[in-house]
Design a protein. Structure first.
Length: 448
């Protein structure tokens, strides 16, 4: 096992990594930007170093400073968390060049999956059904129109470098093709420095169901079941749960094994998520792979009892997986609400600022992953996630009841949060019923 790890991230995920390291007996090195000096990850790590000013490009994405801190502090490995450096293959290479272990898959695997158009082809070759579309990158308007004529509208233009819901445009008819390609490309260029797009059929009323996978360096791959992330706003997740209310054990087993075999074929190490869309008839299509730990990983931890962060760090340190597929059992149901510093009555506008009161909920079946505390000032420079409230129960019904209680107990004052929105959702009959939830749920029910 490593003796010391540098955490190249901030917020709740930096804390989550520190907690895993503490349990593994690994020392931690935090990095932070100037406005994050008072952040909890700085206070809880064994050592902490400022790597630059507020803009992420000068701090959390400042490769030379991060590497310098790692070398100077004697860290053996770097954990990138999610966002920032997590899916940056060049950064994984640079770590290697400095004899630092990048806690994640190989740079080759990140590259292979990070380009979404190529990833679809790779997974198709490995035996996974994929969302129907045009193969590879294209901006060829006549070709797209010709394809859409047979495939049918609506279609979706997607940035091949996309992430966080950015660089996606719905095209409802032929007249919109050209303009939507231009606007998706422009957004992708601005957000990812890469304008390339690919074309998919727009799946009507899909559920977003994803599978967690865990792989070691010796060819062992297991899946830890599914998560349903269909409650979204602008293609970004708001509520996640495990298992999906519409998944059956037989289908989980079938899809899970297809995924395990595909992941074995590509040669992958660490944690990862295969994101799929399921249509009304439970036909499923590979959409993308996230080659990192995900925001919503706790719901899987709650129902499997497996600490995903510890497993991720252990396999990165060269240990063999000790869990076999037959050991993975699913216990009850877990739901996660993303608590954001946003005003849900004003189009979810981010509202950073000073938290003047913070009382976290507790009791059986409640988990809070948050870096916030009374007196903490949320800086305006990064994402608006204040924390995650996770409720676990024997059944989905019990998990919802616990989530309602947790949300009622959670007192955050000084800034608006999405707690009132989640309270409404946990009492909203179509959500509670659970069967008719699709990615357009929020729009369909006029919740946005
Ligand atoms: P998850 O699949 O874990 O729910 P999200 O899409 O919500 O992931 O993203 C998690 C975090 O990572 C967010 O802060 C998001 O802005 C960031 N992120 C996701 N993809 C990218 C990307 N390609 N480039 C930069 N940041 C990204
Ligand atoms: P990101 O990299 O930003 O996470 P994804 O490819 O995972 O992008 O898509 C994000 C969300 O957009 C999905 O969860 C789904 O709601 C919607 N989406 C993406 N592709 C399609 C599609 N072909 N048809 C319908 N919805 C889609
Ligand atoms: Mg995605």
């Amino acid at each position: 096992m490593f003796k010391k790890i540098l955490i190249a991230n901030r917020g709740e995920i930096a804390l989550r990594i520190i907690r895993a390291c503490k349990e593994l007996g690994v020392k931690t090195v935090a990095i932070y930007s100037q406005p994050d000096a008072e952040s909890l990850h700085v206070l809880l790590a064994d050592e902490a170093y400022c790597v630059g000013p507020a803009p992420a490009s000068q701090s959390y994405l400042n490769v030379s400073n991060i590497i310098s801190v790692a070398l100077m502090s004697g860290a053996e490995a770097i954990h990138p968390g999610y966002g920032f450096m997590a899916e940056n293959a060049d950064f994984a290479d640079i770590c290697k060049e400095h004899d630092l272990v990048f806690i994640g898959p190989s740079s080759q695997a990140i590259r292979q999956m990070g380009d979404k158009a190529t990833a679809k082809q790779t997974m198709l070759d490995a035996g996974m059904p994929v969302v129907p579309g045009i193969d590879g990158i294209t901006a060829d308007v006549p070709k797209i129109k010709a394809w859409a004529k047979t495939a049918g509208y609506p279609i979706l233009v997607k940035a091949t470098a996309g992430g966080g819901g950015k660089g996606m445009r719905l095209v409802e008819d032929e007249s919109q093709v050209e303009a939507m390609i231009q606007s998706a490309s422009a957004e992708a260029q601005a957000a990812f420095g890469n304008p390339d797009c690919y074309i998919e059929k727009y799946i009507l009323k899909p559920r977003h169901i994803e599978f967690q996978i865990l792989a070691d360096n010796y060819g062992n791959v297991i899946h830890l079941g599914d998560r349903d992330c269909s409650i979204q706003r602008r293609h970004q997740k708001l509520i996640e749960e495990a298992p999906s209310p519409v998944m059956t054990p037989a289908l989980r087993e079938k899809v899970g094994m297809t995924i395990v075999n595909a992941v074995k074929n590509i040669g992958y190490e660490g944690v990862g998520t295969i994101e799929l869309l399921f249509d009304k008839d439970m036909n499923y299509y590979f959409m993308e792979m996230n080659t990192r730990i995900q925001v919503e990983h706790p719901v899987t931890e709650m129902i499997t009892g497996i600490d995903l962060l510890k497993e991720q760090i252990k396999v990165a340190a060269g240990e063999k997986l000790t869990i076999q597929q037959k050991d993975v059992a699913f216990n009850g149901h877990a739901i996660e609400c993303r608590i954001n510093a946003e005003d849900s009555t004003k189009n979810f506008m981010p509202m950073p600022g000073l938290i003047d009161g913070f009382i976290a909920p507790g009791g059986i079946g409640i988990r809070v992953d948050s870096h916030a505390y009374q007196g903490y000032k949320i800086p305006p420079f990064y994402d608006s996630l204040v924390g995650k409230l996770i409720a676990h129960g024997a059944t989905r019904e019990e998990a919802i009841i616990r989530m309602r209680r947790g949300l009622d107990e959670f007192a955050i004052t000084g800034i608006p949060t999405t707690i009132p929105f989640h309270q409404k959702m946990m009492n909203f009959a179509p959500f509670v019923e659970g069967k008719e939830i699709y990615t357009n749920f929020m729009i369909e029910h006029q919740l946005v």
